[in-house]
Design a protein around this ligand. Structure first.
Ligand code: FAD
Length: 342
């Protein structure tokens, strides 16, 4: 579509820091849209350690990542932010008038007065299968995520991986696909034991097959992949015919497109000052794990502090003619109104 979303600020990344940024912007009456490449908010915490307790969030002795994320969302609620999930911000361009054009890989476009990058370790990408030449089948016969399970109906499917995604899609596609073969490099899984048991039962019932080994090659005919070669731990190479290959090797963080926006970087981190958390491009700020400055510590609480100062600095671009004062949430009627406090 031709629609361009007008907003005050675009926040790149919905990890804990990006989420708290929404709150700090809201207190200063700035509207924002948040974009995250993952399908859910919460960043590293939800992706890498959802069940592990965090002990160093001020005034919360023990917090799970899920609780932290849920409460950050709740805290943002009065400001009605819009979250765009499963989209990667690919472009940030400064316009002649100092405003910004922001675009995602799915074609969502924004026009805004300031951009705050809270991209952490980067956007999470599927870890690719390292078989020379196989990449040419990507999104044709080789897939790292399933958009529409119906696409695989009636096809011969090989699934690689030993985590939850591999198991979930195996169980989902058995019965739907013509055949399903799961391949994992060992007979042990990083997935819910109940799901593993279910998969083994399906094997015993001859509804699918499980093979220990790794894909080490493929055959093609007229540009179509016809089979994969699977090397077992015994060194024997088996040939498995297929229509589609689904690979779930987990996610890896990638700095990705941020490296192309003209920002000054130091060892892949965005250089900012500590008064405003602004980058070398006026109007673009960076907070949380993605930035660097003397003394930087990659902690959630540091990120939270950075959000407050970045919001004050960003307000100068959103409201150039207004003087923005510090107010307390305890006593300010204006903030109470913004927060919807009766
Ligand atoms: P992230 O959490 O990394 O979130 C960034 C988000 O931005 C991601 O969701 C990513 O998908 C998204 N993104 C990146 N680029 C793009 C793009 N171009 N387009 C769209 N989206 C994009 N910290 C503590 O304070 N206490 C702890 O006890 C603690 N324990 C930890 C334990 C482990 C195992 C790990 C790995 C980290 C721990 N940390 C802890 C560190 C803490 O998780 C990070 O400091 C925190 O997650 C940083 O938040 P963030 O929002 O800056 O970045």
């Amino acid at each position: 579509t031709d629609e361009i979303i007008e907003t005050d600020v675009v926040v790149v990344g919905g990890g804990p820091v990006g989420l708290f940024q929404v709150f700090e912007l809201g207190l200063l009456e700035m509207k924002c849209h948040v974009v995250d490449s993952l399908r859910n908010v919460g960043g590293q915490c939800m992706e890498l350690y959802p069940q592990k307790p965090i002990y160093d969030i001020p005034a919360v002795p023990v917090y799970s990542s899920a609780e932290l994320t849920e409460n950050l969302l709740k805290q943002n609620h009065p400001f009605k932010p819009v979250y765009h999930l499963g989209e990667v911000v690919t472009k940030v361009e400064k316009q002649e008038d100092g405003s910004f054009h922001v675009e995602t890989d799915l074609g969502t476009r924004f026009h805004c007065k300031a951009v705050i990058i809270a991209s952490g370790m980067g956007s999470f990408d599927a870890r690719p299968m390292r078989v020379p030449g196989i990449e040419k089948f990507e999104n044709k016969q080789l897939f790292y995520r399933v958009r529409d399970p119906e696409f695989f109906a009636g096809k011969n499917i090989v699934i690689c991986g030993g985590g939850d995604s591999a198991l979930d899609w195996t169980l989902n596609l058995v019965g739907k696909a013509e055949s399903v073969i799961l391949i994992h490099r060992r007979d042990g899984f990083r997935a819910a034991p109940a799901r593993v048991a279910e998969m083994k039962q399906l094997c015993e019932d001859w509804q699918m097959q499980f093979v220990v080994g790794s894909v080490t090659g493929f055959e093609e005919k007229d540009g179509v992949m016809t089979e994969v070669r699977v090397t077992g731990n015994d060194g024997i190479v088996r040939r498995i015919p297929l229509d589609c290959l689904l690979v779930f090797f987990g996610l890896q963080p990638k700095v990705g497109p941020i490296a192309e926006w003209g920002l000054e970087l130091d060892r892949k981190q965005i250089v900012v000052d500590t008064a405003r958390f602004e980058t070398n491009i006026p109007g673009i700020f960076a907070v949380g794990d993605c930035n660097t400055y003397p003394g930087k510590k990659k902690l959630i609480l540091s990120g939270f502090h950075e959000c407050a100062l970045a919001a004050f600095a960003a307000s100068q671009y959103v409201f150039p003619d207004k003087k923005v004062f510090l107010q307390y949430t305890t006593t300010s009627p204006k903030l109470h109104k913004a927060l919807g406090v009766p």
